[in-house]
Design a protein around this ligand. Structure first.
Ligand SMILES: C[S@@+](CC[C@H](N)C(=O)[O-])C[C@H]1O[C@@H](n2cnc3c(N)ncnc32)[C@H](O)[C@@H]1O
Length: 282
């Protein structure tokens, strides 16, 4: 059994980059992720960069769209995640068009004008200089190519039937803690809302944004239970300095399968969170 902190922190020390966490996240949202990839309007032959690819789960979905003669490069600086991606690639029927590289996305060495699309998913949270990274992406994208940012936004996290007052206290405490006691390395839980403005300010053209409500109803698959309970525990952990013991205890009982207050098996359970996809042209 992983300790809570191990579950959230990958070997790079970043929050929410642990491999188990990323796999649960992917399985929980696979249906929605396929739709997001449809929105990218990729075509066979396109060359795509999956920047901050983690375990390479999106990389395969992207490759399905550009096969048989396209190419997808997945890049991440985490040795564990890239090793996992490379091991899985051995069994992947699309292995001939996928490549993984271990590198830092702040100074990845690609030739200019290489990619038709750069995909950057759930990574802006770890970036401190947004414009530097967007300039990097622009330089490796072909003239008229596209950059797609996909991020969640921590401002929406509905877990019914928990009292909204309690949920809002938890959200407020998390936001306050991240502002007043920032994580090291930094982590921004509210990047989804910023993507549209960032892409405009960075001078990208034809900027378009779509927001998706990710909804989960009962019965939940085990990965979704772990993902939602994990998310709730991450918020509790971050928000602790700004929460009463009573509120923390009550929140946690709702995600504890041994408690009478457990909500994840209830028929009326409803979960909703927000994801944002912004696309701009170079
Ligand atoms: C939340 S994960 C997202 C992974 C994947 N894109 C997804 O959506 O499932 C963030 C990823 O960014 C990677 N990352 C963070 N900072 C990085 C950097 N400076 N260079 C390369 N990768 C980085 C982490 O290792 C992690 O895999």
């Amino acid at each position: 059994m992983l300790e809570t902190n191990q579950y959230f922190k990958g070997e790079t020390g970043l929050e929410l980059t642990n491999i188990e966490w990323l796999l649960d996240h992917h399985k929980t949202k696979l249906q929605e992720r396929r739709k997001t990839v449809d929105e990218l309007n990729l075509k066979p032959g396109d060359v795509v960069l999956d920047l901050g690819c983690g375990p390479g789960l999106w990389t395969h979905l992207l490759a399905e769209k550009v096969k048989p003669n396209g190419r997808v490069v997945g890049l991440d600086f985490s040795p564990d995640l890239i090793d996992y991606a490379a091991e899985n690639l051995e069994k992947d029927p699309l292995s001939n068009i996928i490549e993984f590289r271990k590198d830092d996305f702040h100074d990845a060495s690609f030739d200019n004008d290489t990619f038709d699309l750069v995909f950057f998913s759930n990574c802006f949270a770890y970036v401190t200089d947004y414009f530097k990274i967007i300039e990097e992406m622009k330089s490796v994208t072909k003239n008229g190519g596209r950059i797609a940012g996909k991020d969640f936004d921590g401002g929406l996290f509905i877990v019914h039937p928990i009292e909204p007052q309690l949920s809002l206290k938890i959200l407020t405490a998390t936001a306050q803690a991240l502002k007043e006691k920032p994580l090291e390395p930094p982590f921004d839980n509210f990047t989804g809302r910023k993507l549209h403005g960032l892409f405009l300010q960075a001078g990208l053209k034809d900027v378009s944004t779509k927001s998706y409500a990710i909804q989960k109803l009962s019965p939940l698959i085990p990965e979704a239970k772990r993902y939602i309970a994990g998310n709730a525990e991450w918020q509790a952990k971050i928000g602790t300095p700004y929460l009463s013991e009573e509120d923390l205890k009550q929140w946690r009982t709702h995600f504890d399968p041994n408690s009478d207050n457990y909500i994840l098996d209830l028929e009326e359970f409803y979960f909703c969170m927000l994801e944002v996809l912004t696309i701009g042209t170079t």
